[in-house]
Design a protein around this ligand. Structure first.
Ligand code: PHE
Length: 347
């Protein structure tokens, strides 16, 4: 083979390449053509082997012809690559074209559920007073839900909270009070505690207008060396006023909870009649809103706090009850069925 034959051969290969490129439709096809015409085994790459048979004088021209051929092949292939890329962009743009003249679908943004709104409102109030928000598991142990809260197994106080048991030791928590226990144990009996615990709780109740097998509570707990019952009362007054209006008053009635001593039931003056008596407050002027008390020494002890040094208060309130009183909602089931006509009223 001499230089003339070589040029002819390269010309032929180039024509074949041009033809092959016409068939190419994708980057994948292109890659195959490229390896066929420019790869290690491609004819043009093999041509260099003939160098040894070429007279010395012709060698530079021979090498130049092969390299220039390769250069042209590469340019042809790269030009095709660019062409395919552009065609792909073009195709994508066409496929994703937006028709601005079409009607928009009927789109209404959602909103935070009323129960979560109230939880957030109460959290804000307490965070503002230096409390921390703590959460805990909804599947609890008997120990944290009852025993450490001064409710031993088989104690009649268990009747106060109808319980959904999973097995002998596990249950769906009946209140958020086990989070108190968990936090006190976590703090190791040394640090003051100032927390609220929001969350879902469960009772073995048949659902009706005022009962639900699942509802929301927020529990509050303060433990330190100087906390007194008047701190509790001041705090509860603040909650009552934040929830029901700045003119509200509260009263405490003696009650019983195993985990607090003394225990109280807390009433707020009826916002509907301002305490004068009406059908909402059953003509008493007051509405019961929560339970509270001074943390029982037995609970401090079982949670690792020395009752000789520490004392504290706790309270627990039901979120649904607050929402029902505030908005005159008569059936607790409205909160859970996700009827948008109901939910939208609280946007
Ligand atoms: N854990 C009580 C309940 O669910 C509420 C409560 C909490 C009462 C804290 C007193 C103190 O019934």
């Amino acid at each position: 083979m001499d230089v003339k034959d070589l040029n002819k051969r390269i010309k032929t290969l180039e024509e074949q390449l041009i033809q092959a490129l016409e068939e190419v439709e994708s980057q994948h096809d292109l890659q195959q053509v490229k390896s066929r015409y420019l790869g290690k085994k491609a004819e043009i790459s093999q041509l260099m082997r003939h160098m040894k048979d070429i007279p010395d004088d012709d060698k530079p021209a021979f090498g130049k012809a092969v390299n220039e051929g390769k250069q042209r092949f590469t340019e042809l292939i790269e030009a095709k690559r660019e062409e395919i890329r552009k065609a792909e962009v073009e195709r994508k743009l066409r496929a994703e074209r937006i028709d601005l003249t079409l009607d928009a679908p009927d789109f209404t943004p959602g909103s935070v559920h009323i129960l979560n709104q109230i939880v957030e409102e109460i959290e804000d109030l307490f965070i503002g007073m230096g409390y921390r928000v703590k959460e805990g598991p909804e599947i609890e142990t008997d120990e944290y839900n009852f025993e450490k809260l001064n409710i031993p197994k088989d104690h009649p106080a268990r009747d106060m909270q109808d319980t959904l048991y999973i097995d002998d030791e596990h249950l769906l928590r009946t209140h958020t009070s086990p989070v108190q226990v968990r936090t006190m144990l976590e703090y190791g009996g040394e640090k003051p505690v100032k927390i609220i615990c929001p969350g879902k709780v469960y009772r073995r109740d048949d659902d009706d207008a005022t009962h639900s097998h699942q509802f929301y509570q927020i529990e509050g707990l303060v433990v330190d060396e100087t906390t007194t019952m008047s701190d509790l009362k001041g705090t509860l007054l603040k909650v009552a006023r934040a929830m029901f209006g700045e003119d509200r008053e509260i009263r405490l009635r003696p009650s019983y909870f195993p985990f607090t001593e003394p225990s109280v039931e807390v009433d707020v003056t009826c916002a509907n009649c301002d305490g004068a008596g009406c059908s909402v407050c059953k003509h008493s002027g007051y509405i019961e809103i929560l339970g509270a008390g001074m943390v029982n020494n037995a609970v401090l002890k079982s949670s690792g706090y020395d009752p000789k040094r520490y004392q504290g208060f706790a309270f627990g309130l039901g979120i649904e009850r607050i929402a029902m009183l505030r908005y005159g909602i008569e059936d607790i089931r409205h909160f859970y069925v996700n009827d948008l006509r109901f939910n939208r009223q609280f946007r």
